[in-house]
Design a protein. Structure first.
Lengths: 76, 282
């Protein structure tokens, strides 16, 4: 197969895998945060702050993979 | 290669999408998010980077002036003071603490305000007119790897300064390994610790760069859909315009939130790393 075709194919699959990992992680984080707020509503502010920070960090890792995928699609 | 903001008349669309591969959508997107010469200056990101720095200085000057010799600022100064106090009490004190927080708070405030202003500046849609066509000047300077590498290098230098100024050069590196470690673990711990000393600023750099870049690519893609649909027929372009602009406005609102969050995360992580090197006992 033409390497250019394989590069685009790989970029597509890479983007899909990236979003699976990122969304699964942040989904679990959000579920835990919801449960924590449900148990202790007066800790909602602290939990929200920690949730935002953790979501930012997880998204940072997701973007590492996304940059690789974009490089494949642009340069491939 | 320019991007039109209103529903385009069909004869203007072929300006940048004549044939696939010649100024196709990928090229237009890359053209809008990468660096270009700008009004005779060599680099657009550099111009906006300097503009963001000047805006930060202006904001701080205005805030200081609103103190008027007292200790309670009015108006704009109160807003800036709220942010600075937030950084000192929530970011610097819990993470650095032990009397060193005051030393590093100016640096953390600089990081926070600069990243925030640079990101918000990239969201302002400034119209420009070059070569007889309207275009969309204005760019996020932190969406450039070189700019974020500079910020990460300053953060790295601050971390090393925090350790070396307190403990001296040799003890700073000896502090990397926790005390009371069995000697057999040293060959594993030392390379891991030294490597992590370099991957921390690298991660900061990539995180900020990718967040800013991704936001802009999404906005450019959404607005590009108007021109793409307009190429098929101008009715498609006209119908696509409210949808695209609505989506683009929503993404821009999300970008404002992301700008605040990324500025906060960069500052928070720098504070945590400085704390790790300044007080390595824990």
């Amino acid at each position: 197969m033409d390497p250019k075709v394989m590069a685009y194919f790989a970029a597509g699959i890479g983007a899909g895998l990236t979003i699976i990992g990122g969304a699964a992680g942040i989904g679990r984080l959000a579920a835990a945060a919801m449960e924590g707020i449900a148990r202790q509503p007066n800790a909602a502010g602290d939990i929200r702050g920690a949730m935002i920070v953790a979501a930012g960090l997880i998204e940072g890792v997701t973007f590492f993979a996304l940059i690789v995928t974009i490089l494949l699609a642009i340069k491939g | 290669m320019t991007l039109l903001l209103q529903a385009p008349p069909p004869e203007a669309a072929p300006g940048h999408e004549t044939a696939a591969g010649q100024g196709g959508p990928a090229e237009v997107i890359m053209h809008h998010v990468t660096d270009q010469p700008f009004f005779g200056l060599p680099s657009k990101h550099l111009a906006f980077f300097v503009l963001a720095a000047l805006l930060v200085i202006l904001i701080v000057r205005l805030a200081i002036r609103s103190y008027r010799g007292g200790t309670i600022p009015k108006g704009f100064g109160a807003a800036v003071e709220a942010l600075v106090l937030f950084i000192r009490d929530e970011v610097a004190e819990p993470n650095i603490g032990h009397g060193d927080a005051r030393r590093f708070t100016p640096l953390l405030c600089s990081f926070f305000f600069f990243i925030l202003v640079a990101a918000l500046l990239g969201l302002v849609p400034l119209p420009g007119y070059t070569n007889g066509q309207w275009s969309f000047v204005g760019t996020t300077s932190t969406g450039n790897l070189a700019v974020t590498m500079g910020l990460a290098l300053v953060s790295f230098a601050a971390q090393q300064y925090a350790g070396i100024s307190k403990y001296g050069l040799v003890r700073h590196f000896r502090n990397l390994v926790p005390p009371g470690l069995p000697v057999v673990l040293l060959p594993i711990m030392v390379p891991v610790e030294i490597l992590s000393m370099f991957t921390k600023p690298f991660a900061l750099m990539i995180r900020l760069f990718a967040n800013m870049l991704a936001g802009h690519m999404v906005i450019t893609t959404l607005l590009l859909l108007i021109a793409l649909m307009g190429q098929v027929s101008w009715v498609g372009g006209a119908l696509m315009t409210p949808v695209s602009i609505g989506l683009a406005v929503f993404i821009m609102l999300l970008e404002i939130l992301v700008a605040f969050i990324q500025a906060y995360i960069f500052t928070l992580l720098t504070a945590i790393f400085i704390g790790m090197y300044a007080h390595p006992a824990h």
